[in-house]
Design a protein around this ligand. Structure first.
Ligand code: UDP
Length: 376
């Protein structure tokens, strides 16, 4: 048996630990510096309302990857769930992502899909050939009015910088629809685990060859004690920030109990105007529509730059960050018995289904003695 250390008990670390344990050749120790497993997917029952709380903000599982969908369904029952988001703007309340209802309401029209597509194409800025950033992407694709109503202020609030500084890829995450489909995602499968993400990840880690130690901060001196290490923490922290800090946004919440059964009538409402300081409000009972609760729990979500021990959420990936990352990647090449894998260790904006897919691939190639550094 080989002793493996996995640093981080989020999806990436847990899936790798499980795959290695299942292969029958490894004992795996999983350490996490927090007092719970599941990383930012952590869920727990709120004491006062008994609502399943998404402690680090809403997590709605969605994927088009059949293998990933089958995988997560082995560890809990996924309940049908479709993410439908509303946006409060200066011009009123709208449906997101931008769809035919949004366009018709914003412009006071009754377009059909073809008319709406032609209309929005007219609005697009034709002087932009190849969008170089988020703003240009939005102006080219949607025009000034849609951009300013939904994206400009929200993006400044969420990212703490002007959309001109951000990559066009950030906007490309969102679909634009010329029909009335208001499903936030365009993936084939969508759902929420019946018993929450922490239970699901606990089931992944439930294996005789896996030991989990919480409240344990990894130290590089331990490396010699293990045959191999999978590190899923922040890459800059691993190297003690020797090349500088990578830019991350963190989010934080104001938490409220509502003494009624429905505070806002929807799971997530975005606030697209700069006069409202928070980006969105999430009401967690709506993430379990199969449960009844008399009281409700909701969070106002704010965003800021990380400082000190703040939890990193969104990699900003500005040009300066990319230069720093290149230097960390260089250093990572010399860590022969370590793979850097997952959202934080590779400094990428990844969803849950992406990290599970990569974790399965990395584990498989490790077990087969192929190239375990595949993910970086
Ligand atoms: N966005 C926006 N207004 C909204 C929703 C999204 O400006 O009401 C922008 C914002 O910059 C965000 C990006 O579109 O980062 C992608 O949206 P998504 O919902 O994927 O953001 P997430 O919260 O998952 O990063």
């Amino acid at each position: 048996m080989h002793n493996i250390l996995v640093v981080g008990a989020g999806f990436t670390g847990s899936v790798i630990a499980r795959e290695l344990a299942d292969s029958g050749h490894y004992n795996v120790l999983v350490v996490d510096e927090r007092n719970h497993i599941a990383g930012n997917c952590h869920t727990k029952r709120d004491n006062e309302t008994n609502v399943m709380e998404h402690v680090y903000g809403p997590h709605i599982f969605n994927t088009s990857n059949e293998k990933v969908w089958q995988y997560v369904n082995k560890f809990d029952e996924f309940m049908p769930y479709t993410n439908r988001v509303k946006a409060v703007t200066r011009a009123g309340v709208f449906s997101l992502p931008i769809n035919l209802l949004t366009i018709n309401q914003l412009f006071g029209k009754t377009f059909n899909p073809r008319e709406a597509e032609e209309f929005v194409a007219q609005l697009g800025d034709k002087t932009i050939a190849e969008p170089r950033n988020f703003e240009e992407q939005a102006l080219k694709m949607l025009g000034k009015k849609i951009y300013e109503t939904f994206f400009l202020d929200y993006t400044i609030k969420q990212w703490g910088c002007h959309p001109r500084e951000l990559s066009a890829d950030v906007l490309k995450r969102l679909p634009i629809r010329f029909n009335y489909d208001d499903n936030y995602y365009h993936t084939h499968y969508q759902g929420i685990p019946r018993n929450g993400y922490t239970n699901l990840i606990s089931n992944i880690l439930d294996h005789p060859a896996i030991t989990v130690e919480l409240n344990t901060r990894y130290e590089r001196e331990w490396n010699g004690k293990y045959h191999y290490i999978f590190y899923t923490g922040a890459i800059d922290a691993y190297f003690s920030y020797a090349e500088g800090r990578l830019g991350y946004r963190t989010i934080y919440f104001e938490r409220f109990i509502y003494n009624g059964s429905d505070y806002q009538g929807n799971p997530v409402i975005n606030y697209c105007d700069k006069n409202v300081p928070y980006t969105r409000v999430h009401e967690h009972k709506h993430f379990t529509p199969w449960e009844d609760h008399d009281k409700s729990l909701f969070f106002k979500e704010f965003s800021k730059e990380t400082e000190g021990d703040d939890i990193p959420f969104y990699p900003k990936s500005l040009p300066a960050d990319k230069a720093i990352l290149a230097r960390y990647k260089q250093r990572a090449q010399s860590e022969f018995n370590t793979t850097f894998v997952g959202r934080l260790a590779t400094y990428r904006y990844l969803d849950m289904h992406h990290v599970i897919d990569e974790a399965l691939t990395v584990a498989e190639s490790f077990i087969n003695y192929k190239n375990p550094l595949a993910s970086f």
